[in-house]
Design a binder for this molecule. Structure first.
Ligand SMILES: NC(=O)c1ccc[n+]([C@@H]2O[C@H](COP(=O)([O-])OP(=O)(O)OC[C@H]3O[C@@H](n4cnc5c(N)ncnc54)[C@H](O)[C@@H]3O)[C@@H](O)[C@H]2O)c1
Length: 253
């Protein structure tokens, strides 16, 4: 998928990994629109929507594509966590919190992917029979969840698990589906982390021995857009970091 002139929708592009990706893809010639609860520091086409709200997502797609042209790249970097112990005297995780975590992270990814595919089916493919690319964001916590991350890990695991079946189905329309599983990246979400484990955790990134920079995530997104052989897979982007068991209180809800 060529980025020059290409319509791109970034859900979650008001902050962090999504915002940096929006800036980078725009600098490569893409027509970028952002869907988010908040516009944040994004200074381009914007539509407010909750990704768990199917009707709001549909309206945002249509409003943004009027400004960007046909949306052929969907990047979803929205995400929320709900952390804490699941049982015992310090129990913090609730069924309502677990449900909302699934709704935003997992169902939201599906709603966006469905909205994108429905709108691309009747469009003209490029010279490689490609119509579009969907890039979701999970987490390496889906593979190695710390104590206290059952809800977040389950929600991100759902994103990983839907990657291949959606890629297999959407292949008939020339739409690829890929997920990125980041390790630790310096963003507003990560800067909320607190507690004695945090500095130690940062030091666990093997090489380079530091958290990732959002630009490194954005470069991966740009590469996925360009490289047509990337499909139906989950890419770890983590500097060989493997999440230790940890303790329950190093994320703030
Ligand atoms: N930063 C990290 O270290 C890290 C590590 C692993 C995975 N991730 C994942 O990467 C993605 C981006 O993380 P980030 O660090 O940039 O976070 P961030 O908090 O900076 O950005 C997330 C954006 O999503 C938006 N958002 C949240 N819920 C929404 C909803 N219901 N509808 C619409 N927009 C919503 C927020 O307003 C925000 O702009 C998330 O999915 C996160 O789980 C981040």
């Amino acid at each position: 998928m060529k980025l020059e002139g290409c319509g791109v929708l970034i859900a979650g592009g008001g902050s962090g990994l999504g915002l940096e990706s929006a800036k980078l893809l725009r600098s490569r010639g893409a027509q970028v629109g952002v869907l988010d609860l908040e516009k944040g520091d994004w200074d381009g086409p914007y539509a407010q929507a909750d990704v768990a709200d199917e009707d709001a997502v549909g309206r945002a797609f249509d409003a943004l594509s009027a400004e960007t042209g046909t949306i052929r790249v969907l990047l979803n970097t929205t995400g929320i966590g709900h952390s804490g112990l699941s049982a015992g005297p310090d129990r913090k995780v609730t069924a309502a919190g677990f449900r909302r975590t699934l709704e935003v992270n997992t169902l939201g990814s599906f709603i966006l992917a469905q909205a994108m595919a429905e709108r691309l089916i009747g469009s003209q493919p490029d010279e490689h029979a490609e119509r579009g690319v969907i890039v979701n964001t999970s987490s390496i916590v889906a593979f190695e969840g710390q104590i206290g991350t059952a809800a977040y890990a389950a929600a991100k695991g759902g994103i990983n698990a839907m990657t291949l079946p959606l890629a297999r189905e959407f292949a008939r329309y020339g739409i690829r589906v890929v997920a990125i599983a980041p390790g630790i990246f310096e963003t507003p979400m990560f800067s909320k982390a607190r507690g004695p484990m945090v500095d130690w955790l940062r030091d666990q990134v093997i090489f380079p021995n530091r958290p990732g920079d959002a630009v490194e995530f954005a470069e991966m997104v740009a590469h996925i857009c360009r490289n047509r052989m990337l499909n139906g897979t989950v890419i770890r982007l983590d500097g060989a970091y493997r999440v230790p068991p940890g303790q329950h209180d190093w994320w703030v809800d």
